[in-house]
Design a protein around this ligand. Structure first.
Ligand code: AMP
Length: 172
Protein backbone atom coordinates (compact mmCIF):
# COMPACT_ATOMS: atom_id res chain seq x y z
CA UNK A 1 0.00 0.00 0.00
CA UNK A 2 2.94 2.37 0.63
CA UNK A 3 3.96 1.94 -3.02
CA UNK A 4 0.41 2.76 -4.13
CA UNK A 5 0.26 5.74 -1.76
CA UNK A 6 3.47 7.05 -3.32
CA UNK A 7 1.82 6.91 -6.77
CA UNK A 8 -1.19 9.07 -5.77
CA UNK A 9 -0.54 12.60 -7.04
CA UNK A 10 -1.57 15.67 -5.05
CA UNK A 11 -2.89 18.45 -7.32
CA UNK A 12 -3.41 21.65 -5.29
CA UNK A 13 -6.34 23.98 -6.03
CA UNK A 14 -8.26 21.55 -8.29
CA UNK A 15 -11.12 21.80 -9.18
CA UNK A 16 -11.43 24.89 -6.95
CA UNK A 17 -8.95 26.85 -4.77
CA UNK A 18 -8.23 25.21 -1.42
CA UNK A 19 -8.89 21.60 -2.50
CA UNK A 20 -5.93 19.22 -2.77
CA UNK A 21 -7.12 16.79 -5.43
CA UNK A 22 -5.93 13.20 -5.02
CA UNK A 23 -5.19 12.15 -8.60
CA UNK A 24 -5.22 8.36 -9.04
CA UNK A 25 -4.30 8.35 -12.75
CA UNK A 26 -0.64 7.42 -11.96
CA UNK A 27 -2.02 4.41 -10.03
CA UNK A 28 -4.17 3.40 -13.02
CA UNK A 29 -1.07 3.57 -15.25
CA UNK A 30 0.59 0.93 -13.06
CA UNK A 31 -0.99 -2.51 -13.67
CA UNK A 32 0.66 -4.02 -10.59
CA UNK A 33 -0.69 -1.26 -8.34
CA UNK A 34 -4.21 -1.43 -9.81
CA UNK A 35 -4.13 -5.23 -9.61
CA UNK A 36 -3.12 -5.07 -5.94
CA UNK A 37 -6.06 -2.78 -5.15
CA UNK A 38 -8.59 -5.11 -6.81
CA UNK A 39 -7.05 -8.19 -5.19
CA UNK A 40 -7.10 -6.57 -1.72
CA UNK A 41 -10.83 -5.87 -2.00
CA UNK A 42 -11.54 -9.28 -3.58
CA UNK A 43 -9.87 -11.06 -0.64
CA UNK A 44 -11.72 -8.87 1.86
CA UNK A 45 -15.14 -9.67 0.36
CA UNK A 46 -14.67 -13.19 -1.04
CA UNK A 47 -16.38 -14.83 1.95
CA UNK A 48 -19.43 -12.51 1.92
CA UNK A 49 -22.64 -13.34 0.10
CA UNK A 50 -22.85 -10.41 -2.31
CA UNK A 51 -25.49 -9.77 -4.99
CA UNK A 52 -23.88 -6.74 -6.65
CA UNK A 53 -21.09 -4.19 -6.63
CA UNK A 54 -22.48 -0.66 -6.89
CA UNK A 55 -19.97 1.81 -8.37
CA UNK A 56 -20.24 5.59 -8.06
CA UNK A 57 -19.52 7.67 -11.21
CA UNK A 58 -16.96 7.96 -12.39
CA UNK A 59 -13.88 6.67 -10.63
CA UNK A 60 -16.01 4.18 -8.72
CA UNK A 61 -16.55 2.50 -12.10
CA UNK A 62 -12.81 2.07 -12.62
CA UNK A 63 -12.40 0.20 -9.33
CA UNK A 64 -15.87 -1.33 -9.09
CA UNK A 65 -16.07 -3.05 -12.48
CA UNK A 66 -12.92 -5.18 -12.17
CA UNK A 67 -13.87 -5.95 -8.58
CA UNK A 68 -17.32 -7.15 -9.68
CA UNK A 69 -15.65 -9.36 -12.31
CA UNK A 70 -13.17 -10.72 -9.77
CA UNK A 71 -16.01 -11.57 -7.38
CA UNK A 72 -18.20 -12.82 -10.26
CA UNK A 73 -21.16 -10.61 -9.31
CA UNK A 74 -23.13 -7.98 -11.28
CA UNK A 75 -21.90 -4.39 -11.55
CA UNK A 76 -24.44 -1.57 -11.04
CA UNK A 77 -23.61 2.07 -11.89
CA UNK A 78 -24.78 5.10 -9.93
CA UNK A 79 -24.56 8.02 -12.34
CA UNK A 80 -24.64 11.80 -12.29
CA UNK A 81 -28.01 13.34 -13.17
CA UNK A 82 -29.20 13.03 -16.78
CA UNK A 83 -26.94 10.18 -17.88
CA UNK A 84 -29.08 7.09 -17.31
CA UNK A 85 -31.54 6.30 -20.13
CA UNK A 86 -34.14 4.10 -18.39
CA UNK A 87 -36.57 4.53 -15.44
CA UNK A 88 -34.62 5.89 -12.48
CA UNK A 89 -34.61 7.21 -8.93
CA UNK A 90 -32.65 10.33 -7.86
CA UNK A 91 -31.18 11.94 -4.77
CA UNK A 92 -29.47 15.34 -4.29
CA UNK A 93 -26.69 16.02 -1.77
CA UNK A 94 -23.82 18.37 -0.84
CA UNK A 95 -20.21 17.77 -2.00
CA UNK A 96 -16.87 18.83 -0.49
CA UNK A 97 -17.09 21.32 -3.35
CA UNK A 98 -20.55 22.23 -4.71
CA UNK A 99 -23.75 20.20 -4.96
CA UNK A 100 -24.82 17.17 -6.97
CA UNK A 101 -27.63 14.79 -7.93
CA UNK A 102 -27.07 11.10 -8.56
CA UNK A 103 -29.34 8.48 -10.10
CA UNK A 104 -29.79 4.72 -10.38
CA UNK A 105 -32.03 2.61 -12.62
CA UNK A 106 -35.12 1.27 -10.86
CA UNK A 107 -34.33 -2.26 -12.09
CA UNK A 108 -30.68 -2.09 -11.00
CA UNK A 109 -31.25 -4.03 -7.77
CA UNK A 110 -33.86 -6.37 -6.30
CA UNK A 111 -35.42 -6.08 -2.85
CA UNK A 112 -33.19 -7.87 -0.34
CA UNK A 113 -30.02 -7.69 -2.51
CA UNK A 114 -26.79 -7.39 -0.51
CA UNK A 115 -24.38 -4.91 -2.09
CA UNK A 116 -21.01 -3.26 -1.69
CA UNK A 117 -20.68 0.40 -2.69
CA UNK A 118 -17.36 1.36 -4.29
CA UNK A 119 -15.72 4.72 -4.96
CA UNK A 120 -12.13 5.84 -5.36
CA UNK A 121 -12.14 8.31 -2.48
CA UNK A 122 -14.04 9.09 0.73
CA UNK A 123 -14.05 12.82 1.46
CA UNK A 124 -17.08 14.21 3.36
CA UNK A 125 -19.03 11.01 2.75
CA UNK A 126 -21.93 12.90 1.12
CA UNK A 127 -21.76 11.01 -2.17
CA UNK A 128 -21.71 7.62 -0.51
CA UNK A 129 -24.44 8.54 2.00
CA UNK A 130 -26.62 9.61 -0.97
CA UNK A 131 -25.75 6.36 -2.76
CA UNK A 132 -26.91 4.39 0.29
CA UNK A 133 -30.25 6.25 0.10
CA UNK A 134 -30.64 5.12 -3.54
CA UNK A 135 -29.74 1.49 -2.77
CA UNK A 136 -32.12 1.38 0.21
CA UNK A 137 -34.94 3.01 -1.82
CA UNK A 138 -34.91 -0.16 -3.91
CA UNK A 139 -35.04 -2.30 -0.76
CA UNK A 140 -31.43 -3.52 -1.02
CA UNK A 141 -28.90 -3.66 1.81
CA UNK A 142 -25.44 -2.06 1.93
CA UNK A 143 -22.96 -4.51 3.45
CA UNK A 144 -19.79 -2.44 3.08
CA UNK A 145 -18.53 0.82 1.57
CA UNK A 146 -15.13 0.42 -0.13
CA UNK A 147 -12.66 3.19 -0.95
CA UNK A 148 -9.10 3.21 -2.21
CA UNK A 149 -8.42 6.52 -0.41
CA UNK A 150 -9.95 8.06 2.72
CA UNK A 151 -9.39 11.69 3.70
CA UNK A 152 -9.66 10.93 7.41
CA UNK A 153 -9.52 14.58 8.47
CA UNK A 154 -12.90 15.21 6.79
CA UNK A 155 -14.59 12.60 9.03
CA UNK A 156 -16.63 11.11 6.17
CA UNK A 157 -16.90 7.87 8.14
CA UNK A 158 -19.17 9.61 10.63
CA UNK A 159 -21.98 10.02 8.07
CA UNK A 160 -21.73 6.36 6.95
CA UNK A 161 -22.94 3.20 8.72
CA UNK A 162 -20.65 2.42 11.65
CA UNK A 163 -18.11 -0.34 11.07
CA UNK A 164 -18.99 -0.73 7.40
CA UNK A 165 -16.26 1.43 5.84
CA UNK A 166 -13.14 -0.11 4.28
CA UNK A 167 -10.34 2.08 2.93
CA UNK A 168 -6.91 1.00 1.76
CA UNK A 169 -5.04 4.30 2.16
CA UNK A 170 -5.89 6.87 4.85
CA UNK A 171 -4.66 10.47 5.02
CA UNK A 172 -5.04 11.77 8.60
P1 AMP B 1 -17.56 13.16 -0.76
O1 AMP B 1 -18.99 13.06 -1.17
O2 AMP B 1 -17.25 14.48 -0.14
O3 AMP B 1 -17.10 12.00 0.09
O4 AMP B 1 -16.71 13.18 -2.08
C1 AMP B 1 -16.39 12.02 -2.69
C2 AMP B 1 -16.39 12.16 -4.20
O5 AMP B 1 -15.75 13.34 -4.66
C3 AMP B 1 -15.64 11.01 -4.76
O6 AMP B 1 -16.31 10.58 -5.92
C4 AMP B 1 -14.28 11.57 -5.05
O7 AMP B 1 -13.79 11.02 -6.23
C5 AMP B 1 -14.46 13.07 -5.17
N1 AMP B 1 -13.51 13.85 -4.37
C6 AMP B 1 -13.82 14.61 -3.29
N2 AMP B 1 -12.74 15.20 -2.77
C7 AMP B 1 -11.70 14.80 -3.52
C8 AMP B 1 -10.29 15.06 -3.48
N3 AMP B 1 -9.75 15.85 -2.56
N4 AMP B 1 -9.53 14.44 -4.40
C9 AMP B 1 -10.07 13.61 -5.33
N5 AMP B 1 -11.38 13.36 -5.44
C10 AMP B 1 -12.20 13.94 -4.54
Amino acid sequence: MERIKALVRDVPDFPVPGIIFKDITPVLKDPEALGTIIEEFRKKYASLKIDAIVGIESRGFIIGTPLALALKVPFVPIRKVGKLPFDKISVSYKLEYGEATIEMHTDALEKGDRVIIVDDLLATGGTTAASIVLVEKLGAEVLRCAFVIELGFLNGRKVLPEGKVDSLIVYD
